[in-house]
Design a protein around this ligand. Structure first.
Ligand SMILES: *Cc1c(COP(=O)(O)O)cnc(C)c1O
Length: 358
């Protein structure tokens, strides 16, 4: 990718579950100096820990009461409605500081962004109040660039975005950053890469989809997955019990032992992001062996069958995601679906699970 393209690392949703306080400083060390978040609440966390020279951009929710907080600190934010634009102008005027904004335009996702019929009014407000505004960017978001079935729609969005940028240019606006591309945009549509990219999932070593992975590896001639995942999730054995053949395990009757079994518990459950869909379905690693989850996943506990593991004892490490010996459990096999589940699973890992950088 062109060196002049600004690289913004997306650290929303607690850095895709990895922990914003852990991830952000590491990425700073790699030379990234621009971070994107979804909301003011996330921006506050990032602001606390980022270096002074790093920029922050809020792509989503800013409560009116917090516009002042953002403007005061030079934090940029998307403006996608007249409501927000007017409040921004008002607040910037009040505190006598220019608001750094990114004008989000609708190109086909039909979620947020100014529609074409609003653009005349937007431009007239921008011109009228330019002393209170630093228009740092024009942007939009792609509606599913990770999947080939959306090919036509995405091409149409890219074309519309280019046209609207030209239109803004003719109106006298040339913001520093025109940006459209997320991970899948960067990987699949080079025309979507302009002055800035907002990259999330692939920073963390996950592909936006299997399709993207396969296409990209084939095109670039990679034999092995070039992306490395950095997250693992570990717990430990809390108790071990012998359970005779023919007994139901855990709530209800969804699992019955078909041999004399050794059953262990692990203190994670759906309350910690370990999905109930893994009941009688998921696997974890103990002593380098893949062992099944048996019975329903409880709120704070899962039950596993460790009959085939030698010398299991309380305190033994249990890997829910990651590697142990020669075996591994990936987030996607964990979610037992395709890669598009990565986003959901990662971001469901609760904030309160302790994170450790290794
Ligand atoms: C989440 C998000 C991104 C990053 O998407 P990835 O697929 O994780 O790279 C970029 N732009 C916007 C507006 C987003 O909400």
């Amino acid at each position: 990718m062109n060196k002049d393209v600004k690289y913004s690392m997306v650290v929303k949703a607690n850095a895709y579950g990895h922990g914003i306080e852990e991830i952000l400083p590491m990425i700073e060390e790699c030379g990234v100096d621009h971070f994107s978040v979804f909301s003011v609440a996330e921006a506050m966390r990032a602001y606390e820990i980022k270096k002074d020279y790093c920029d922050l951009m809020i792509m989503g929710f800013v409560d009116d009461d917090y516009l002042e907080w953002a403007i005061e600190r030079g934090i940029s934010f998307f403006v996608f409605s007249l409501h927000r634009l007017k409040h921004t102008i008002e607040m910037a005027r009040k505190i006598e500081k220019k608001a750094k904004i990114h004008v989000e335009i609708e190109t086909g996702m039909h979620r947020t962004g100014f529609c074409e019929y609003q653009l005349e009014e937007v431009v007239s407000l921008l011109k009228q109040h330019f002393v209170y505004l630093e228009i740092e960017g024009i942007c939009s978001h792609l509606a599913g660039a990770e999947s080939i079935v959306n090919y036509k729609r995405i091409l149409e969005q890219i074309r519309t975005f280019h046209e609207l940028c030209d239109w803004f240019h003719d109106e006298g606006f040339d913001p520093r950053y025109r940006h459209l591309a997320c991970s899948a945009g960067v990987l699949n549509y080079s025309d979507s890469v302009m002055d800035m990219v907002r990259v999330g999932i692939s920073n963390y070593g996950f592909w936006p989809s299997d399709e993207t992975k396969m296409m990209h590896m084939k095109e670039e001639g990679f034999e092995e997955d070039p992306l490395k995942r950095v997250l693992s999730w570990k717990s430990e054995i809390m108790s071990v019990n012998k359970v005779p053949r023919g007994k139901y395990v855990s709530y209800g009757r969804s699992y019955i032992t078909n041999r004399n079994s050794l059953i262990a518990t692990v203190p994670v459950g759906y309350g910690y992001g370990f999905s109930r869909t893994l009941s009688n379905n998921g696997h974890v690693l103990v002593s380098g062996k893949r062992v099944p989850v048996v019975g329903t996943v409880n709120m704070n506990m899962v039950v596993i069958d460790v009959t085939d593991v030698k010398n299991v004892k309380v305190g033994d490490e249990v890997v829910l995601i990651g590697e142990q010996g020669d075996t591994s459990i990936s987030v996607s096999s964990f979610s037992d679906m395709n890669n598009s589940m990565n986003y959901e699973l990662l971001t469901r890992l609760p904030n309160h699970i302790p994170r450790k950088v290794i």
